[in-house]
Design a protein around this ligand. Structure first.
Ligand code: 5AD
Ligand code: SF4
Ligand code: FES
Length: 346
């Protein structure tokens, strides 16, 4: 098959593409609208018009890692560090539930301050609120992952960032790609809903590498995939890098939807940071999840992964209203359910 439209049809009908076919779709920009429309119709067919909102609590910006792209890297002394107490985190979760969120996402840098007992206390208390709970707190041992799961955590997000081992280890000094994979496989074996994803536009990343990322998501049967452009941060060694492209990120996301029709795919905050309508465009190109921030006050600004992060001056109540309005404006509905993945036989 050499026609791009035929490739899109094939993906729509079979949900299978090989690496060369993905590369061709990513390289050719003549049929992007058709690609986005195909992803939108597969989204509608398999996961419907409901958009799941996840309330995101950024509870600590302290991180022991030193990822070259990230503003929270330990070598960055330009960011004022904060951590919330367990009771402050539980309070934010309660407020999020009052705003109507059915899933809470707890995200932080890799901060060793939070002991296993503290984490179990937080998880246990949030789960009492009758919500789904997602953790996004980095690389831990299988024993720790098991304890969190037993305490009630439902889902775990840990992006592979890139499947290119060399690029990964260049970008994330001191980290090992095998260890990242170990985390994903442990989480799967423990029965979590597993979320992963990648950055688009890292220095030296190729189109082939992005195709490998998409195939990797399918191979490990991830339940959620978050894809966002890399946005250079002034306070990092990659400050002069070019950064990721909005359209390419959107294409990686749309192809992921075509190949994995029934998974959850967020319209990422980084997409909106590059394009003021980015999340809505993503929702119309395959995404079915949004993760509004429910962190309060100055902490939003301090959780500075990359510049131009949206909503840093807004309140949780404002964001909740804002995103609901946007979702309704494109004829979609905010889900009342917890939004677990519902597997569909294909
Ligand atoms: N631009 C875009 N995304 C970033 N992340 C970290 N730094 C950046 C950046 N400069 C993403 C990583 C991480 C997630 C929490 O934030 O993919 O997994
Ligand atoms: Fe830490 Fe995550 Fe940032 Fe890496 S990407 S420095 S692990 S917060
Ligand atoms: Fe925060 Fe729109 S979602 S202001």
């Amino acid at each position: 098959m050499n026609n791009i439209l035929d490739l899109i049809r094939k993906a729509e009908q079979t949900h299978i593409l090989d690496k060369n076919e993905i590369v061709r779709l990513l390289e050719d920009n003549s049929c992007n609208e058709e690609l986005f429309n195909a992803a939108d119709s597969i989204r509608k067919k398999y996961v419907g018009d409901e958009v799941h909102l996840r309330g995101l609590i950024e509870f600590s910006n302290i991180c022991k890692r030193n990822c070259l792209y990230c503003g929270l890297r330990s070598s960055n002394s330009n960011v004022r560090r904060y951590r919330l107490t367990p009771d402050e985190i539980i309070d934010l979760a309660k407020k999020a539930v009052d705003y109507g969120y059915k899933t809470i996402v707890m995200q932080s840098g890799e901060d060793e301050y939070y002991t296993l007992d503290m984490m179990k206390y937080i998880i246990y208390n949030i789960k009492k609120l009758d919500v789904a709970l997602t953790l996004s707190i980095g690389e831990k041992t299988i024993e720790e992952y098991k304890e969190y799961k037993d305490a009630g955590a439902d889902r775990y997000l840990i992006r592979i960032e890139t499947t290119d081992k060399k690029l990964y280890e260049d970008m994330d000094p001191g980290m090992s790609h095998e260890e990242r994979m170990r985390c994903l496989s442990d989480l799967r074996s423990l029965g979590y809903e597993v979320g992963t994803g990648c950055l688009v536009g890292l220095p030296g990343q190729t189109i082939e590498s992005l195709a490998n990322d998409i195939l990797f998501f399918k191979e490990i049967e991830a339940d959620m995939i978050g894809i966002g452009p890399f946005i250079p941060n002034e306070d990092t060694p990659l400050k002069d890098a070019k950064g990721g492209d909005f359209t390419l990120s959107l294409k990686v996301m749309a192809i992921t939807r075509l190949l994995m029709p029934d998974i959850n795919i967020p319209a990422t905050t980084a997409m909106e940071s590059l394009n003021k309508n980015g999340r809505i465009i993503a929702l119309k190109s395959g995404a079915n999840v949004v993760m509004p921030n429910v962190t309060e006050g100055e902490y939003r600004k301090l959780y500075a992964l990359y510049p131009g992060k949206i909503c840093t001056g807004d309140t949780p109540a404002h964001c909740r209203g804002c995103i609901t309005g946007k979702i309704k404006s494109i004829g979609r509905v905010v889900s009342e359910a917890k939004g677990f993945r519902v597997k569909v036989n294909m």
